[in-house]
Design a protein around this ligand. Structure first.
Ligand code: BEZ
Length: 437
């Protein structure tokens, strides 16, 4: 005879299904059986109590976490010389997150934005506030190398993941690399090193004059160019470093006009790029010395303002809006649809990839941002079908990517466009020198 069940449906908060699975296994009739019945009941009761005591808070915790948003703190320039860059990165990121309905693994994204003003002190202040007061899960930014260097310690010391959607500061994926710092754009070395050999090789140039803004990115860019140009037989005629916020390049162009040079190689971006190209043309130097640069000089956000003054300029870059692959066609089309027909720039593409990498990593961790080791691994192993081609990180958290040679030719929606005319380097990985993690 089965004992009358004394299982209370309300007592102890036990789960009816659990009780149903355990009770029928007990057969009474002897003292031993009675003892065993009592033992089993008590064992099951305390086992269940312990089981639930452990699991319920975790379950509630994960529910609470599921409801908590993933906070992104954007430290980007929305003013000054790189304002367009900051705005375009933000739009690219918004496009990627929007494609996922602005949520991942049940958590919504909350995006906080602050203007870094291309100023290292301001960038650090914002990053510190985002980390300490807003408790962001990720810092996204910045655009400029010197701002990135200023923010590095705050991100690293607080173990806050910082995903850099532009700033190329070499040390951040070399000797000052960090388990918490990832870059979805490029290192400053990447577009310049292959261009030095390209200019000395296929372009057959021997004497070249160099110009770049006077700050970390400008110095690193020209140094990487020289690293391959000089050993290939090239000679640097002059190096000039105007202020980052310079608007009048006349004195620098006058000096170039006096030089016995064959070509000019520069790095300028944002509003500086527009001004430099227009003033170069106005000074008539385009007829004497062909202009070469990294792709930032004539990418799509500045090309409209430069128009035909940019014709013929050759640059090196890891993407062009005219790239003919399915991921790029999809990206360009969705961006134009979302932003009123506006064409995406290189910065928009990098913002988009930042969003894609984030989404993939967070899907892998089930939305968990507190297990830093798991999140780091998920980021490190991210592989996306980027508009620039297949994307993955190097061991020092910098993209491994092709560097193309582009030329501004007539065509496209603006009347001028960047066309790929060669590949300067395939699957180029920054040397990552001195990175220990
Ligand atoms: C930089 O500061 O790293 C940078 C800024 C604009 C374009 C490219 C690089």
């Amino acid at each position: 005879m089965r004992p009358k069940s004394n299982h209370s449906r309300s007592g102890g908060g036990r789960h009816p299904e659990t009780e149903h699975l355990t009770a029928p296994s007990v057969v009474p009739g002897t003292a031993r059986a009675a003892f065993l019945t009592a033992f089993h009941r008590s064992f099951h009761r305390s086992f269940l109590t312990a089981f639930l005591a452990i699991l319920l808070p975790a379950w509630h915790g994960s529910l609470a976490r599921a409801a908590e948003p993933v906070k992104l703190g954007l430290v980007l320039p929305y003013s000054s010389v790189y304002a367009t860059l900051g705005n375009d990165i933000t739009k690219g990121l918004e496009l990627a997150l929007g494609e996922a309905d602005n949520r991942v693994a049940g958590r919504e994204f909350v995006v906080l934005k602050q203007d870094s003003q291309v100023n290292p002190k301001v960038g650090l202040q914002i990053a510190t506030r985002f980390i300490r007061s807003d408790k962001v899960d990720f810092l996204i930014g910045p655009v400029a190398s010197h701002v990135a260097m200023a923010m590095r310690k705050a991100a690293h010391d607080s173990k806050t993941f910082m995903i850099i959607p532009n700033a190329g500061a070499d040390p951040l994926t070399r000797e000052q690399c960090s388990p918490y710092i990832f870059r979805t754009s490029f290192s400053n070395w990447q577009p310049y090193y292959p261009m030095g050999s390209w200019m000395a090789g296929p372009e057959g140039l021997r004497r070249v004059s160099l110009l770049a803004p006077n700050y970390a990115a400008g110095k690193q860019a020209l140094s990487a160019f020289k690293e391959s140009f000089i050993p290939a037989g090239g000679q640097v005629v002059s190096e000039q470093y105007p202020d980052l916020k310079e608007t009048d390049y006349q004195p620098y162009l006058s000096r170039l006009a006096q030089e016995d040079t064959q070509a000019v190689f520069v790095f300028f971006a944002g509003s500086s790029a527009v001004k430099f190209v227009l003033q170069y043309k106005q000074a008539g130097l385009d007829k004497r010395f062909p202009l070469y640069a990294s792709g930032f000089l004539v990418e799509s956000s500045v090309l409209q303002a430069q128009g035909e003054a940019a014709l013929g300029i050759k640059t090196s870059m890891h993407w062009a809006d005219t790239m003919d692959n399915p991921a790029n066609r999809r990206f360009v089309e969705s961006y134009r649809k979302k932003f009123g027909g506006e064409h995406p720039s290189i910065y928009a593409m990098q913002g988009y990839d930042t969003g894609k990498v984030l989404l993939q990593a967070l899907r892998k961790t089930g939305g968990n941002t507190s297990d830093k080791a798991a999140l780091r691994k998920a980021l490190e192993t991210a592989e996306i079908d980027s508009p620039r081609g297949p994307f993955r990180f190097s061991g020092s958290h910098n993209p491994i990517q092709n560097i193309y040679v582009l030329q501004v030719v007539k065509g496209g929606h603006l009347g001028v466009e960047n066309r790929i005319i060669g590949t300067a380097a395939e699957n180029l990985e920054d040397p990552g020198t001195g990175c220990k993690m």
